[in-house]
Design a protein. Structure first.
Length: 727
């Protein structure tokens, strides 16, 4: 293989269209073994790979299709995949060769022909593909059948109506019980791709077919296993025993060497656990999931990051999975920054009274690192740890004071920000450190830290002797400050006046600030707040004091927690881009269908309580046409040929139904909504990190920023319309 690769390297040289055309014409006369044409085609394919436009050679290259040599056919078909769509006016020249190859004796050529046709979504090609695909999907050779299964998904993407009318979805359903495991895996992959579209049918499995798919796991390739495991999320258990038996059969794949298989198996187990009631079995499954997740952390940094982002979701839903493994997430000196930040967030999630001392010692080490972003998050994590674990609060505050003594600007500013939250978490307990904070006022130059310090000065103005002088200095550049700081200054000035109403400095200060906010600033929020305070103080200063200085509730870490319904949805995307972004794929991938748990008698009470209903739109009114320079059929003609008519989506079938009823496209939207509706009652799942709220917020994704406030510097951004292929 190495020698062949070295020999092919010579073809990767930029060539001219005229030279290639002349070589092809010269090879026609003296090339009995087709070696010369093979060499020329290799040069052409190499130039395509390098990004050179070879489309002018279309007619010359397609003439080589008649050569009965598989290697040449592969290169010609590769050329057609590249330029078939842009040469819609000439593609009819290739149709006879396509049809001939679809009936060739060689199964490799038959599969190659239908695969190439499926890559050219032009109406004239799709029309020829439809009939040939009908035969190939029932071909005697499994290689042709498994290729045809994927071609059905491509046909559906190009023209859903044609695929529906031709009955290809039902043919895919029949392939689910094929004798060949590779064919089964490809059929599952095709049905899953169709089901993941917003306009696709809903792909659901019954118990019989789900068990047959599990039986095919052992004979499938690792990628086939991924598709089959992922398809288990299409099965809705009707009894607890069904989910438990299925989970026990999936457990063995947690030992697989492929990280994608491991994550997909974990996804299937997390899904099935929603339909279980045996607490011992659920604890056993959680215990089994821990070591494979830890093993993923010994992979490369990219795989580590994928694993860490998924672990962050898993431990919120099933905290017992890694509750004793916080040391595994301690950062190494050579970890990339994005891995360190992800580990830091997981350390905070796993912190509790038993391990708080170890976590704090580690965070103190991180606070002396050289990476500024990492140090900032480490300092903020110390403050968040003090809020989350009350017995560790004293040690955390002492650590923050030690960090303030370093006089490092960004460290001091982060410490001030988190200490403001500590004051609200423990009212009246740590106010003795306020003088230390005031000594570092000159170190604050960022809006967030300034606003935090101003809040502290205003909130505790009665305990700070020179509060009016400090506020006078802070308001010196009021008009040049960011809006965030101006809002904090306005509120602090009003609090100072209420605390020290007899002070002339406080009176002149509040009057000056109110005048600026109501007459000179442009920000409407700032002006509105200024008018509100002014009128409140003018009407009844005593009442203003009761309102502005009202006792505030102690803050908690509830805002760090993700909405339970949203969390259950995201766990259905474990191992995909959705689990890395912590967003449902339909929010960043066009035409992606959402996923949610489906109600059934086996669904446990807590999962039912936060069930998120899903609705799917109907099929598009016509086929998806690809514009090209050649003749294109009109929408009306195509709709007439395919018999386009609105169709509705499918519903789940009861477990144990026949495989012939696997997919049904005649269920109304009302029935679908009923299928995903929720009911209260039943036993509460006590394995959760926190109880579900009786009614979720209007936006279930409102608290996805995690435990570190506005720090989203390590949040990835989608670059392509693909949520798979992470490994």
């Amino acid at each position: 293989m190495a020698s062949a690769g070295g020999q092919d390297a010579k073809f990767f040289q930029r060539g001219k269209i005229q030279e290639f055309r002349a070589e092809l014409m010269a090879a026609e006369s003296k090339d009995k073994k087709f070696q010369k044409r093979k060499v020329v085609l290799k040069k052409i394919v190499a130039n395509i790979t390098m990004g050179n436009d070879m489309s002018p050679l279309f007619t010359d290259v397609v003439q080589c299709l008649g050569i009965p040599l598989l290697e040449i056919k592969k290169m010609v078909y590769l050329f057609l995949v590249y330029y078939g769509r842009s040469k819609a006016d000439q593609i009819h020249l290739v149709i006879p060769s396509f049809l001939q190859d679809c009936n060739d004796r060689n199964p490799l050529i038959r599969a190659l022909a239908i695969r190439t046709m499926s890559y050219i979504p032009i109406p004239v090609v799709l029309e020829s593909l439809t009939e040939q695909l009908r035969h190939c999907i029932k071909d005697r050779d499994p290689y042709v059948r498994k290729t045809a299964a994927i071609c059905v998904a491509k046909l559906y993407a190009a023209d859903p109506r044609r695929a529906e009318k031709g009955g290809f979805v039902e043919m895919l359903r029949d392939l689910l019980v094929d004798s060949n495991a590779t064919v089964v895996a490809n059929a599952v992959a095709a049905l899953s791709e169709i089901g993941d579209r917003q306009d696709g049918v809903i792909f659901r499995l019954n118990l019989t077919v789900a068990n047959k798919l599990l039986a095919a796991l052992g004979e499938s390739s690792e990628w086939g296993q991924i598709y089959i495991l992922d398809s288990l999320l299409r099965y809705v258990p009707e009894q607890h025993a069904d989910a438990q038996i299925m989970a026990e059969r999936v457990l063995i794949l947690l030992q697989h060497a492929n990280s994608a298989v491991v994550l997909t198996a974990i996804k299937a187990l997390l899904y099935l656990m929603n339909y279980m009631e045996d607490r011992k079995l659920m604890d056993h499954i959680c215990k089994k999931m821990g070591p494979p997740l830890v093993t993923l952390l010994s992979s490369g940094p990219e795989v580590q990051y994928v694993a860490l982002r998924n672990i962050l979701l898993i431990i919120q839903r099933r905290p017992t999975v890694l509750k004793n493994d916080v040391k595994v997430f301690f950062c190494k000196y050579n970890d990339p920054i994005y891995v360190k930040l992800a580990k830091l967030e997981i350390m905070y999630r796993l912190a509790r009274e038993e391990n708080a001392r170890e976590v704090l010692a580690e965070l103190r080490e991180y606070a002396s690192e050289v990476d500024v972003d990492f140090v900032r998050k480490a300092v903020r994590s110390i403050g968040r740890l003090s809020i989350k674990v009350s017995p560790a609060a004293d040690s955390c505050i002492q650590a923050l004071l030690d960090l303030i003594e370093t006089k490092i600007s960004y460290v001091v500013q982060e410490a001030v920000i988190v200490i403001k939250d500590v004051f609200r978490r423990y009212p009246g307990k740590y106010e003795g450190i306020i003088p230390t904070l005031c000594e570092n006022l000159d170190s604050l130059d960022e809006p967030e830290s300034k606003a935090a310090m101003i809040w502290i000065v205003g909130q505790f103005a009665d305990k700070i002797e020179n509060a009016d002088d400090l506020m006078d200095d802070l308001t010196f550049n009021f008009m040049e400050e960011p809006v965030e700081v101006q809002l904090a200054l306005l509120s602090a000035a009003v609090k100072l006046f209420i605390y020290k109403s007899q002070s002339e400095t406080a009176k002149s200060l509040v009057h000056k600030v109110l005048k600026w906010t109501t007459e000179e600033v442009d920000n409407p929020d700032l002006r509105d707040r200024g008018f509100m305070y002014w009128r409140l103080l003018a009407i009844n200063p005593a009442l203003a004091g009761e309102i502005v200085l009202a006792e505030k509730p102690a803050i908690t870490t509830d805002s760090d927690r993700m909405d339970r319904g949203a969390l259950d949805q995201l766990l259905l995307h474990t191992g995909t881009l959705g689990s890395i972004y912590h967003k449902n794929p339909e929010t960043f991938i066009r035409n992606a269908a959402g996923k949610a748990l489906v109600d059934s008698p086996a669904l446990n009470a807590l999962s039912r309580q936060v069930l998120v209903p899903m609705s799917r739109p109907g099929m598009p009114s016509g086929p998806i046409l690809v514009d090209g320079p050649g003749p294109v059929e009109s929408h009306a003609d195509t709709a007439q040929r395919t018999g386009a008519a609105p169709a509705t989506v499918t519903a789940s079938l009861p477990a144990g139904g026949s495989s012939s009823e696997l997919i049904n496209t005649s269920v109304t939207d009302e029935e679908q909504d009923h299928d995903t509706g929720g009911h209260d009652g039943g036993e509460v799942d006590d394995d959760d990190d926190y109880p579900a709220s009786p009614s979720g917020p209007a936006d279930p994704y409102a608290n996805l920023e995690g435990a570190f406030g506005g720090y989203m510097a390590d949040e990835p951004r989608p670059q392509r319309n693909d949520e798979h292929g992470l490994f």
